[in-house]
Design a protein around this ligand. Sequence first.
Ligand SMILES: [Fe+2]
Length: 430
Amino acid sequence: MAVTWTSGYSTEEAVPFVEWGELEGPQIRSAAGTLTFSRAHMCDSPARTVGWRDPGFIHTSFLKDLWPNLLYTYKLGHRLYNGSYIWSQSYTFRASPYPGQDSLQRVVIFGDMGKAEADGSNEYNNYQPGSLNTTYQLIKDLKNIDIVFHIGDLSYANGYLSQWDQFTAQVEPIASTVPYMVGSGNHERDWPGTGSFYANMDSGGECGVLAETMFYVPAENRQKFWYKTDFGMFRFCIADTEHDWRPGTEQYKFIEHCLSTADREKQPWLIFLAHRVLGYSSGEFYGIEGTFEEPMGRDGLQELWQKHKVDIALYGHVHNYERTCPIYQSTCVREAAHHYTGPFEATTHVVVGGGGSSLAKFAPLRTRWSYYQDYDFGFVKLTAFNQSTLLLEYKKSRDGLVYDYFTITRDYRDILDCAVDSCSRTSMSS
Ligand SMILES: [Fe+2]
């Protein structure tokens, strides 16, 4: 488990560490590393100018050799060089299930949440009006959540750096209790002339530095924010849509590797996550382009999803909820339903970008593959009951109730079975 926090103590003033151990058991101390960045790391204004604020120091400690499923307690510490200690409050978390472990596992996924003021103060334009409802619903249900994925557009600080602290303070009850995994979005990374795939100004000059420094993810290089992570019966492949993903790129190789190395007997639930919609969306701005996806999105990837039998692909960026039929090459391979059983046929695509930022309209054209649309704030919860039953629920942030759902029920041999383009193209003679 990686524990990350910020403080005002440099390595010259204090030694940062985490004191932790099993609940009511002996506690040990683990070292923490310290990172920071300067104004010169910001790519442009406002992050470099009026939006700049010294970030202090970002500490990360890795708590290792955890016993799966057990409860741990931890607190953050700083040992000052005068011998005194500064302590945080105590927190608890449950250690993650062993990869492949068959047990109840519950995953929350959403994008584009941001932050807001509970009393409505200090708001420039109420830019992320659903954010508090989403946060409160998750906190309320936290005992029934094992891990959270916030797939890009995290704080919407947009170069006003203090807003990152506002965001992390808002999500602290969640992020201090369950793994809070993040993806990179346009508001984290994009800036002209800095290597982002899109040359817009959505990061406000941060060009990824804030997200890459404040959030630990198991990427080989956090500048390239793609990574895989295993959680019990789930394999998650997280793409970085702000860098090129098309065939021939480094990221494409990563995606292929992540999907192809999932042991589906032990980790049957293969989930693809990305910020922009690489699959299918009826969001108005994709409709106007006539693509119903991020342009160039699925062209090279859909064969990978099909070949490696990705169960569900989820995206943010479009601020609403939408679910497709099991779809391949723009064709419903089967009718959308609330229950799927038997062999894999095609990936279901879900847009879950209604985490909190102002809602996005749907295009007037209703495609055949668009099964469920909701213009509201919400999030998705995946529940793996065991290795043969998975439930997806879409819940509204306003009331926490379920408005769309489906289950997948199958046996291991159903994954081994061939779907369209999912088996190697062999001839009769072979
Ligand atoms: Fe976005």
